[in-house]
Structure formats: C-alpha cells, structure tokens
Design a protein around this ligand. Sequence first.
Ligand code: BG6
Length: 300
Amino acid sequence: MHDPDPSALDARFGVPGRVSFHDVNGIAVVEITHAAASARIAMQGAQLMTWAPTGMEPVIWLSPRARLAPGVAIRGGVPVCWPWFGPHASEPSLPSHGFARTAPWELLQVEPAPQSTELLFRLSPGDVPGAPWPQAAELQLRLAIGAGLEMELVTRNRGDRPLTIGQALHTYFGVGDVRRVRIEGLDGCPYIDKVAGGRRGIQRGAVTIDGEVDRIYLDATADCVIDDPVLARRIRIAKRGSRSTVVWNPWADKAAKMGDVGENGYLHMVCVESGNVADDVVTVAPGSVHRLWVGYSVEG
Ligand code: BG6
C-alpha cells in the first residue's frame, strides 16, 4: 500500500504556493492553486472535487453536504466509474459504479507546468484487495488543471484475455438554475431512459430539465455545451474515446432521500458524464490500452 499520509505526500510532491496536501476526515486532499484556477482532489478515488477558473463560480460542483469518509462515495466532483457503470450486471451487492471511486489511488507524478498543473494517478489490483478486479489490468488518471480542465482515464489490459469494461467520468457541473439550462450536442442521439424503466427514445433538440432525468445517450461522440443563462456562461465538454453521454439530475424527491445533495442542491448541478456504458461498453484487447479523454472549457 502507498502512503496516504498528507505530510509524506507533501514532502514528496508539494510545490510551495501551488500544490499542497491536507487531511480532511481521514482522507488526503490535494489543493491546487494556480493563477488560472483552483482545484481540490481527494486521493480516495483520485476524485477531483472542485475546479474553479479564477474569478468564476466553480465549474465542477461539490455538494455542500458531501460526506468525506474513507470508503464512502463523495457526492459531486468527478467520480471515476469503473469497471462497471450503475449497478453491477449480475451481483447487486457490489457497489454502484464500480470500486475505483472509493479506492486508494497512488499519486505517481505532479508537474507544475506554466499553463496548468498536471497530476498522474494509478490504480492497480493490489490497491483494492478483495475487489472483483477484471483480470490483470491497470488504470491511470491524468489531470491537467488550468483555465481549462483535461482528464484522461487510461485502461491497460495486462492480461491474456479481452477485457470488457463500462466506465464514465461522472462529472457534476455547477449551474445557476438547472431549470434554465440547455444541454446542446445530443440532438438525434438514441437514448435509454432509466426514469421510464429503460424505454428507448431519440433526442430532439437540446436537453432541458424540469424533473428527474437519468438518460444514457448512445453513439454520442460530439461536443456537448451546457448553456447557462443565469451564470452567463457556456461550458464546453469535448471528449475522445467515449461513445456514451449520461445526463442525470435526481430532482427534489430523490435528492431529499439521498441525504447528501443539500437543500435545493439539485437546482445547482447537472451531471453530464462522458463514458462507455450499456450498448457502448468497450473491449480492450490483451496488451492494449483504452483512453477516455475529456476537455472542459468555459466560454463567456
Ligand atoms: C448516474 C446514474 O450516473 O449516477 C443514476 O445514471 C445514479 O442512475 C446516479 O442514480 C448517482 O449514482 P450514485 O451511485 O453516485 O448515487
């Protein structure tokens, strides 16, 4: 096991005034300060918790009621869903969205580049004893944090059989009022409506939200844009190596039952998740690599 102690991490990777490590309820958290943006990342799950370009409301939303505790999924930020998405296909007792988001990742590298701060994390089978790890595989997550945000999730199949995975970067975006938002880029895409028991449909026009939404868009490879008139900004979501986009908002009743969304929290977030799920799961050949890349930027 690698050392999750914040002072040891600070001694190895800290950059004065730019990268520091802190303990929050037993979880080591990396704090990034940069002229262009600030961000926080939990070592647990290598989970980006917040990202705010300088002078802007956070683009990545963290619930004010998020629970930070070892082994507990953090509500908000960018949970890494892997190696399955949603409930496990055959074993309902296994955790929703896989085990990567609550696992102790290893920090391999911190690179304070001029335009962004880059971090590289790794998750290997030995890091999560007892997890239903799909044969010999290794996962890496690279983040580049600056005025824009890039993330790349790399799955390496080190085994001798094909490896099939469901995966998503389950990003919670902060919005002024979700009822006023339009999500562009999904027009014409087929979708699975989880709120309607898995009914299939085709998206027409932009996605708007006035109730619970939980849809898996398939064959969705174009950029999405979250148009937010209240915060007067457009968040662009570019991606590569992803055929699915999941749009989720729990709305009032479900959010109240979840207990960690915060009062009216559901009005200030929308998840637009880039991944490969349902019909779009990917198979990685032995010795090969799959790369899921996203780039987020804000247009005024
Ligand atoms: C979404 C799923 O991606 O994540 C929803 O489509 C799910 O069905 C939501 O409710 C939140 O999942 P969790 O496990 O973080 O509560």
